[in-house]
Design a protein around this ligand. Structure first.
Ligand code: FAD
Length: 348
C-alpha cells in the first residue's frame, strides 16, 4: 500500500499548547491499513513512529521531532447489548467529548463525569483519563491496537492494560509500542450518574440529577476553571490541562509534608496501598505561586493553579523553564518532586 507522507509539518497548530516545531515526516491515518503502512514505512527506514491524537497532552520541542508522526483520524461508533450492558466501541480518532455526549443522550451511564475533556478516544486508555470521580479504567473492556513490534493487530483486555492513576501499561511499560485503533467501553443503560466528587455533589445538591444534568454540571465546573476548549476568547485556552500529577507518597512522607506546611488540614487522600495522594495545586500555591503569575509569555492559568498557559510569543523552552521553576520551588519547600502529566516529544 502506498501512503502519502508529508515533510516538515508544523505541529504547534495541532496541539492545544500551541508551541513547538515540525514533524520531520507526517501522515494522517483514516483507516487501519494506513496506520499499518505507516508503521512499516517507519520500520523500513529505521525512523521512530509517534502517534498524535488531539495534541492536548503533548509538549513538542522547539526543534520539532525527528520521527514519522501519524495523526489518528479513524472514525466510527458502534454498540451492542451484552448481559444487560451496552458495549460501545469508538474508533481512536473520534473526538472524546462527542462520545461522552452521545452516551449521555442515550442514557448510558459510565462516562458522564468525563465530559469536556479534550482529545480523541485513542488517547483515553494511554493515561487512563479521569476526572470528577470517574476514569476510563472503570468502563474499558478492551483496546484494539496495532502492536508495532509485530505489526499485528491485538485485542488488549482491560486487565492487561495495567491501569493506574493517570497511567497504564501503554504509557508506563511500552511507550510507543501500541497504536490504539479503537476502544470498547461497557456502559450501564438507564444507570445512575456517578456523584462521588465533592464539586459535582455540591453543584447538584438536593437533587437526584439525570445523566444530562450531571454532564451539564461537570461542563459548568470545568468551564469555570478554563478546563474546556470551547471558549475561544479564554486567555487560559492554550494549555495541556493539568501540567503536574498529584504526587502519591508514602504515609510518613505525607506527614512530613504536612509538618513542613504547618497546616494540619493539608488536603490528602489515603490510597488503598497505604500511600497517600497529595494535591499538586495546593503544594504549588503553598510554595508561593499565585494563579495568573507570569514569566514573559508563560504563566499559570488565572483559574487553575495546575495549568501552565502559553501566551503569544511563547516557545517550548519557556514552558519547560517555567515548569522547572515550579518543580524546584515545590521540592525546596516540601521535599516533593512534582512529575509532569503531559508527554514530551524531543523536549524536557
Ligand atoms: C483544557 C484541558 C483539560 C484537560 N483535562 C483533563 C482531565 O480532566 N483529565 C485527564 O485525564 N486529562 C485531561 N487533559 C489532558 C488530555 O486532554 C487527555 O490526556 C487526552 O486524553 C489526550 O488526548 P489527545 O488525543 O489530545 O492525545 P495527544 O495529546 O495527541 O497524545 C497524548 C499521548 O497519547 C498518545 N496517543 C494519542 N493517541 C494515541 C493512539 N491512538 N494510540 C497510541 N497512543 C496515542 C500520544 O502518542 C501521546 O503520547 C486535559 C487537557 C486540556 C488541554
Amino acid at each position: 500500500m502506498t501512503i502519502s507522507i508529508a515533510e516538515r509539518v508544523p505541529l504547534a497548530p495541532l496541539t492545544t499548547l500551541g508551541v513547538g516545531g515540525a514533524a520531520r515526516w507526517f501522515v494522517e491515518a483514516t483507516d487501519e491499513a494506513t496506520a499499518r503502512a505507516a508503521c512499516a514505512w517507519a520500520r523500513e527506514r529505521g525512523v521512530t513512529l509517534r502517534v498524535l491524537g488531539g495534541g492536548s497532552n503533548l509538549v513538542v520541542a522547539d526543534a520539532g521531532v525527528d520521527a514519522l508522526v501519524v495523526r489518528i483520524a479513524l472514525r466510527g461508533l458502534t454498540h451492542r447489548e451484552r448481559d444487560g450492558a451496552i458495549e460501545l466501541t469508538a474508533a481512536a480518532g473520534e473526538p472524546w467529548d462527542g462520545v461522552v455526549a452521545r452516551s449521555v443522550e442515550r442514557g448510558w451511564a459510565g462516562l458522564e463525569c468525563l465530559s469536556g475533556i479534550p482529545g480523541l478516544v485513542g488517547a483515553t486508555p494511554i493515561q487512563n483519563v479521569g476526572a470528577y470521580g470517574q476514569e476510563v479504567s472503570h468502563t474499558v473492556v478492551s483496546v484494539r491496537a496495532l502492536d508495532t513490534s509485530t505489526e499485528e493487530i491485538a485485542e488488549v483486555g482491560a486487565a492487561q492494560c495495567g491501569f493506574a492513576y493517570r497511567d497504564s501499561m501503554f504509557k508506563r511499560e511500552t511507550p510507543g509500542r501500541f497504536v490504539v485503533l479503537a476502544v470498547t467501553y461497557r456502559l450501564r443503560p438507564d444507570g445512575a450518574p456517578t456523584l462521588t466528587y465533592g464539586d459535582v455533589q455540591r453543584a447538584v445538591a438536593g437533587r437526584a440529577p439525570t445523566l444530562t444534568e450531571t454532564r451539564a454540571a461537570v461542563l459548568a465546573i470545568r468551564r469555570a476553571k478554563s478546563m474546556t476548549l470551547d471558549q475561544p476568547n479564554d486567555a487560559n485556552r492554550r494549555s495541556c490541562g493539568s501540567f503536574f500529577l498529584n504526587p502519591i507518597v508514602e504515609a510518613a512522607q505525607a506527614e512530613a509534608v504536612a509538618a513542613r506546611s504547618g497546616d494540619p488540614a493539608m488536603p490528602r487522600w489515603p490510597q488503598p496501598d497505604r500511600h497517600v495522594k497529595l494535591s499538586a495545586a495546593w503544594l504549588i500555591e503553598r510554595a508561593g505561586f499565585t494563579r495568573g503569575e507570569r514569566e514573559h509569555a508563560v504563566g499559570l492559568s488565572t483559574r487553575h493553579t495546575l495549568a501552565i498557559v502559553a501566551h503569544d510569543g511563547a516557545r517550548t523552552a519557556d514552558v519547560l523553564a517555567f515548569a522547572r521553576r515550579v518543580q524546584d520551588r515545590v521540592e525546596e519547600r516540601f521535599g516533593v518532586k512534582l512529575a509532569p502529566e503531559p508527554v514530551f516529544w524531543g523536549a524536557g
